[in-house]
Design a binder for this molecule. Structure first.
Ligand SMILES: O=C(O)CCC(=O)C(=O)O
Ligand SMILES: [Fe+2]
Ligand SMILES: [Zn+2]
Length: 451
């Protein structure tokens, strides 16, 4: 065995021992651990069977939620040896032509289900609409789609009120009214909940796209948040503290969040091309299709009086980090473009007033600071969940690479560029995202002062 392969093997053995308290075996057994593939990197039970059943009778397969390894048990040792010799370290016949690294183990872990109990206040009505109704709405979107906001990870369209992603509130500028084609759904919702939404957000997700974990802003929207799923099933992740429940949303189902599930739990969709779910044989994965969701909310009555209008930075074509000089330049340029002396119309007068208002707040460092804090308050609803707080020596040093890393519980990796650790004078801990899920680690730097 090459030295590199041996090193890998030792690493996998220690992960196995750490995670499951199971020992690797130096001589052949009936059990094989696939060390580098599992549910979290998209391996399904069917894939495992396809590769292994070629060499004997596969007795059972143990897939673990959020793990990048799995286990295969044969009826006898000879078959396991045959599989080991033909598969370990060699390219397999799966469409992605991956290479499995295998070790023999003394036993296999007990099957663990993916936590999927509904948080309190959450309800799902399967088949809330019929196949025909689903087709009608999909057809409507096909013919009438114009994006409201181009988001990095999905397409979005709003009706009733425009959603403002800068403060997770709503804007009072132009927005299409709720189309009459949606009326039958509004009626059905009203029949169920005696509640009528006035704002609709449509999200279009391709496989691999998602939405970060968040709580829909309290105060702006009332107690119900509903989501109708169309065209593809998906798993939505609900998190609160250490709890993490994966909830299956089938197409045509209506998700109703209220109470605790709406106010205290975050919800999000991990950007992946597949989802983990509990099949009758145990945890497995399913591939995603193109999904469209229709979110129904009700903007609270007196929200009209709350003073979060259009983002002031956006008005000036810049953001929080823009320098005073550029801010001023932008203001001048926009003013010249808009000034009512040059083109007289009520809309330019309104735009001009808006521009002056933005400039008046942002030109003064004190009022700018107050405004920045107000925006940050609003941003709190986009929750960052910290997986662990670490010091630098707890990270794995990747010798032939300029990064350090740490394994997430989902099987993904937190990558930390070495330059961030050594050349940064920052005294605050820095957050790094998992490349696979919505968690962050917080890294305490050598020169971070701990209070
Ligand atoms: O796609 C979904 O079902 C949920 C969308 C969502 O959470 C939102 O728009 O706030
Ligand atoms: Fe949401
Ligand atoms: Zn993760």
């Amino acid at each position: 065995m090459t030295q590199k392969l041996h090193k890998k093997q030792l690493k996998y053995e220690s992960i196995l021992k750490n995670d499951t308290d199971i020992e690797a075996s130096s001589c052949p057994t009936m059990n094989l651990m696939v060390c580098n593939y599992g549910l979290v990197n998209g391996l399904s039970r069917k894939d495992v069977l396809q590769v292994f059943s070629h060499y004997g009778q596969v007795e059972h397969i143990v897939m673990l939620p959020f793990k990048s390894y799995c286990f295969v048990c044969f009826a006898n040792i000879q078959e396991a040896v045959c599989a080991y010799n033909n598969i370990n370290g060699k390219m397999n016949t799966l469409p992605d032509q991956t290479t499995f690294y295998l070790i023999y183990t003394n036993s296999v872990p007990k099957v663990v289900e993916i936590a999927s109990e509904l948080p309190s206040g959450l309800k799902i009505i399967d088949n809330f609409i019929t196949d025909e109704e689903e087709s009608l709405i999909l057809q409507y979107f096909k013919e009438n789609w114009s994006e409201s906001s181009s988001m990095k990870h999905r397409q979005v369209k709003h009706y009733g009120y425009a959603f403002d992603y800068d403060n997770n509130g709503v804007r009072h500028d132009m927005c299409d009214p709720i189309p009459k084609e949606f009326e039958f759904i509004l009626n059905a919702i009203n029949l169920h909940l005696k509640w009528c939404p006035n704002q609709i957000t449509v999200n279009k997700y391709l496989p691999g796209q998602g939405i970060p974990s968040h709580i829909d802003t309290h105060g702006v929207f009332d107690d119900y948040i509903l989501s109708l799923s169309l065209n593809s099933d998906i798993i939505m992740e609900f998190r609160k503290g250490n709890y993490h429940n994966s909830i299956l949303l089938k197409s045509k189902s209506l998700l109703i969040m209220s109470g605790e599930s709406r106010l205290d739990w975050t919800h999000g969709i991990t950007p992946r091309k597949f989802d983990m779910f509990n099949s009758v044989d145990g945890p497995d994965i399913m591939r995603r299709g193109n999904r469209i969701s229709v979110t129904f909310r009700r903007v609270v009555q007196n929200y009209e009086n709350i003073e979060i209008k259009k983002n002031l930075y956006e008005i000036l074509g810049c953001d929080k980090t823009t320098s005073f000089k550029i801010l001023k330049e932008n203001y001048r340029k926009l003013l010249v473009k808009l000034h009512p002396d040059k083109s007289i119309s009520s809309s330019t007068t309104a735009a001009c007033a808006e521009l002056n208002e933005a400039w008046n707040v942002l030109k003064d460092p004190n009022s700018k600071k107050v405004y920045d804090e107000k925006i940050e308050q609003c941003d709190i609803d986009t929750v960052v969940t910290i997986f662990e707080t670490l010091i630098v020596t707890e990270l794995e040093n990747n010798e032939d690479d300029d990064t350090m890393s740490y394994r997430c519980r989902c099987g993904g990796l937190f990558l930390v560029p070495k330059s961030m650790i050594h050349n940064v004078s920052n005294v605050e801990p820095i957050l790094f995202p998992c490349d696979d899920c919505s968690l962050f680690i917080e890294v305490i730097l050598p020169n971070t002062s701990l209070s």
